[in-house]
Design a protein around this ligand. Structure first.
Ligand SMILES: [Zn+2]
Length: 374
């Protein structure tokens, strides 16, 4: 579920759909078309239920998008650029490029999302009243009523005071203002988030045992999600704080063994993999990066072809994804390494390979700097 599809840009921020969105969208539309609308409004036609279900699911999506754009807009005006917005049907994640500079900024960014949701709730309610007075029993009013509810739920759920939910961010801003310590307030807010997640899990299991199976399962899922999110975002703050100002160039290995693109796979195995015990080598020509060859990339070459297959034929060539620059932030590169599950990255300065950085190097730097109280 880690694949995102970019759909458009808003305020210059890329907006992405997580692929799980399509599955949830189908499920939600289906449950509205076949369950909610027919049972709440039994006198309408099947075609009407379809239109209502799809319209309601789409407007739920728009509501989530506007909630996230609320965060993004305030963040942008307060000098915290947003990298991207990723949307799931029930919520989104606005990925901030850095932490807020002060508790007030944190508070304003956090409150903006639920603020938008509650504003939408009121707007949909006004429309609902107008429409339901004008047309008795039409298909529009039920959709509007549904949107009043979901926006209320979106606003309220996000105010749960567990980091990284908006309410948790508000709690963190409050503790931050009192203690003046961002890392400590993140720690407390994420502990509260973890505890609330656990409460959801427990409540979910009790509900399942009491026979409310689907509802209970949802609660368990939300609980696990909250726990995991709380832990991940705390780690992210620790990493970002500890590695603040540390550049790739500071911690990379400057001695790097490179291979030429025209050597054979046999040569690569005998003279590089066996000799140096690394699991990947940058491929260079006159010092310029051409690709990266890993154990994985030669695994599918049959043994009898080792003698006549050049490295250039099997190397990874997606240079944009593979390389980093000396001036890149170590914390950001660590996130890339974890996300792409790529253990090593060549460090390239003006097309020349100047070093190599591994996940291990960054973890080591993280350990050293946190021991030093950096
Ligand atoms: Zn939010």
């Amino acid at each position: 579920m880690n694949t995102n599809i970019r759909i458009f840009k808003a305020f210059g921020i890329p907006v992405e759909l997580n692929i799980s969105w399509f599955i949830i969208f189908a499920l939600v539309s289906w449950s509205l078309v076949s369950g909610y609308f027919p049972s709440a409004y039994p006198h309408l036609s099947v075609a009407a239920y379809w239109i209502m279900g799809l319209a309601a699911a789409l407007l739920l999506f728009v509501s989530v998008l506007l909630h996230e754009l609320g965060h993004s807009y305030v963040a942008k005006t307060r000098g915290v650029p947003i990298k991207r917005i990723t949307l799931f049907l029930f919520g989104g994640v606005s990925q901030l490029s850095k932490e807020s500079a002060d508790p007030r900024t944190e508070y304003l960014i956090a409150i903006a999302g639920p603020g938008v949701s509650f504003a939408l709730m009121v707007i949909f309610f006004i429309f609902y009243r107008i429409v339901s007075d004008a047309s008795q029993g039409g298909p529009v009013a039920p959709v509007l009523k549904y949107l009043v509810y979901v926006n209320g739920i979106l606003g309220t759920f996000n105010l749960i005071p567990g980091f990284p939910l908006d309410g948790g961010r508000l709690l963190r801003a409050f503790i931050w203002k009192v203690t003046g310590d961002l890392q400590r307030s993140t720690y407390i807010a994420s502990k509260v988030g973890g505890a609330i997640g656990l409460a959801f899990v427990a409540f979910g299991f009790i509900s399942v045992f009491l026979g409310r199976f689907v509802f209970g399962l949802w609660m368990v899922l939300i609980g696990f999600f909250l726990r995991q999110a709380a832990q991940a975002s705390y780690l992210q703050v620790v990493v970002t704080n500890t590695l603040k100002g540390v550049k790739v160039g500071d911690i990379m290995k400057a001695e790097v063994v490179t291979v030429a693109p025209d050597i054979t796979v046999q040569d690569l195995i005998d003279n590089y993999f066996f000799r140096y015990h690394y699991d990947c080598f940058p491929v260079t020509e006159g010092g310029n990066l051409r690709g990266l060859v890993t154990l994985e990339s030669i695994r599918h070459v049959p043994r009898e072809r080792w003698q006549d297959t050049p490295v250039s034929e099997v190397m990874l060539k997606d240079l944009e994804r593979l390389r980093v620059r000396p001036q890149d932030d170590a914390a950001e590169v660590l996130r890339r390494v974890v996300r792409d599950r790529c253990g090593k990255m060549p460090v390239v300065d003006r097309d020349k390979v100047v070093g190599i950085i591994t996940r291990k190097d960054i973890m080591e730097a993280l350990r050293i700097f946190s021991d030093l109280g950096h």
